[in-house]
Design a protein around this ligand. Structure first.
Ligand code: GDP
Ligand code: MG
Length: 358
C-alpha cells in the first residue's frame, strides 16, 4: 500500500513523515522541497503475540510506503501545484495534513489559521488538477483524431468527466464502468482516490480535541466519507525518540492510546477495505494484506502464483481462538480448525496454511 502525504507547505507533512517512517528528513525552514520516500511496518499486536508463541527465525509485518510530497501555496501557481500533485497519482490513498497548531498561522501573507478552509481549498485543488488532466487529454485526442482507436468514445467519457469536475464534483462522483476505464487506459484521478484528513494539532488541543472550526470540519468530512484523524506531529515525533519503555506513559499523557502510525494504519485499512491474514511457522510469522472479500485462492496468490495455481484447500483457524485458548493444540481440540475451498472469503485475523501442488 502506498500513501501520499499532501497539503499546504508548513502543515507538518515532513514532521509526520519522519514520525511514521523513522526518517530524519529536514523540516521547517531547513526543508529543500524534495519528495521523500519511506516505509513503515504496520503495528499489529497479533503479530507480536504470534512471534512470542512460534519464536520464528523471522517476523514480517505488513508495510505501508509513504511519499511526502511538498505543497505549494495557492499563490505559488496552479502549474507547480499540479506538477507536485502528479506525484501522488500512484498512491492508493492521500492523507491531507491540515495545520491546526498555533504558530501555523503565518502561512501566506495575512492569512489566518483555518483548517476548514484548507480542507475545502485542497479538495478543489484535486478537482482542478483532474480537470487540467482531462482537458489536456481531450486536446490531444482532438488534435490527432486518428491516433487511437475509439476516439469518439474516449472523447465522450472525458466530456462526462469534465462536466462533473466543472460542477466542482470529484471524479469519484461519476462511477465509471470497466470498459470506460479501459477507454481512459486505466487512468485514476486524484479526486477519486480515498482521502484521509489528518489534523495536526497543538499538544494542548490534542488533549481537549479542539481546534478552530472543528464542527464544520467534522460535518464536511462526514458528508463526504472522509475519515479524520488527529495528530500532534511534533510532540509525537519527539516521543518517538524516547526509549520504548517510556513512550506509552507520554502518549497516555496526551490522551493517546495508539501511536500516530497505529491510528493512520488502522484508518487507512478501514477506508481502503483492507484486512490482514497470517501465515505462521518456525521459519516465519507473517502478516499479509488483502481486500476484504478476497477469496482463499486470491489470498494464496498474494504469497505466490504457484500456490494460487496449484491451490487444493486452506487449513484455517482464527487468531482470536488462538489468543483465547493459548495453544494450537487446544484450538485443534476445540474443533476450531477448518478446511476451506478456493472460494472461501478470507476473514481478518485468519491464520492460514495453504495446501497446494505444483
Ligand atoms: N507546534 C507544532 N509545530 C509543528 C507541528 N508539526 C510541525 N510543526 C512545525 O511546523 C513547521 C513545518 O513542519 P514541516 O514538517 O516541515 O511541514 P511541511 O512543509 O508540511 O513538510 C516545522 O517548524 C515544524 O516543527 C505540531 O504538531 N505542533
Ligand atoms: Mg516538508
Amino acid at each position: 500500500m502506498q500513501i501520499g502525504l499532501v497539503g499546504l507547505p508548513r502543515s507538518g507533512k515532513t514532521t509526520f513523515f519522519n514520525l511514521l517512517t523513522g526518517a530524519n528528513a529536514p523540516t521547517g525552514f531547513a526543508a529543500t522541497g524534495e519528495i521523500h520516500h519511506g516505509s513503515a511496518a504496520v503495528p499489529d499486536s497479533r503479530i507480536d503475540f504470534l512471534t512470542g508463541l512460534y519464536r520464528p527465525r523471522k517476523t514480517v509485518y505488513a508495510r505501508i510506503d509513504f511519499e511526502d510530497i511538498p505543497g505549494t501555496y495557492p499563490q505559488g501557481g496552479a502549474a507547480r501545484a499540479a506538477r507536485l500533485l502528479d506525484e501522488a497519482r500512484g498512491a492508493d490513498a492521500l492523507v491531507q495534513v491540515i495545520p491546526a497548531f498555533s504558530g501555523a498561522g503565518e502561512k501566506g501573507p495575512g492569512e489566518q489559521l483555518s483548517p476548514y478552509r484548507d480542507l475545502l481549498d485542497f479538495y478543489s485543488e484535486l478537482i482542478l488538477a483532474d480537470l487540467d488532466a482531462v482537458e489536456k487529454r481531450l486536446e490531444r485526442l482532438r488534435s490527432n483524431p486518428k491516433g487511437k482507436n475509439n476516439t469518439a468514445a474516449r472523447i465522450a467519457v472525458l466530456e462526462r468527466l469534465r462536466e462533473t469536475l466543472e460542477q466542482e464534483r470529484p471524479a469519484a462522483a461519476l462511477p465509471l464502468g470497466d470498459d470506460e476505464r479501459q477507454l481512459l487506459s486505466g487512468q485514476i484521478f486524484l479526486s477519486e482516490k480515498p482521502l484521509i484528513a489528518a489534523l495536526n494539532l497543538d499538544e494542548q488541543k490534542l488533549t481537549v480535541h479542539d481546534y478552530p472550526g472543528r464542527s464544520r470540519v467534522l460535518k464536511y468530512t462526514a458528508e463526504r466519507g472522509i475519515p479524520v484523524i488527529e495528530i500532534c506531529a511534533r510532540i509525537e515525533a519527539e516521543i518517538g525518540e524516547l526509549p520504548p519503555a517510556d513512550r506509552d506513559a507520554f502518549l497516555a499523557d496526551l490522551g493517546l492510546e495508539e501511536s500516530g502510525l497505529d491510528r493512520l494504519a488502522r484508518t487507512a485499512y478501514e477506508r481502503l477495505g483492507l484486512i490482514s491474514f497470517f501465515t505462521v511457522g518456525p521459519d516465519e510469522v507473517r502478516a499479509w494484506t488483502i481486500r476484504r472479500g478476497a477469496t482463499a485462492r486470491q489470498a494464496a496468490g498474494k504469497i505466490h502464483s504457484d500456490i494460487e495455481r496449484g491451490f487444493i484447500r486452506a487449513e484455517i483457524f482464527q487468531y482470536a481462538a488462538l489468543a483465547r485458548l493459548g495453544s494450537v493444540a487446544r484450538v485443534r481440540e476445540a474443533g476450531l480448525f477448518r478446511l476451506e475451498g478456493k472460494n472461501y472469503p478470507v476473514q481478518d485475523g485468519d491464520i492460514i496454511d495453504f495446501r497446494f501442488n505444483v
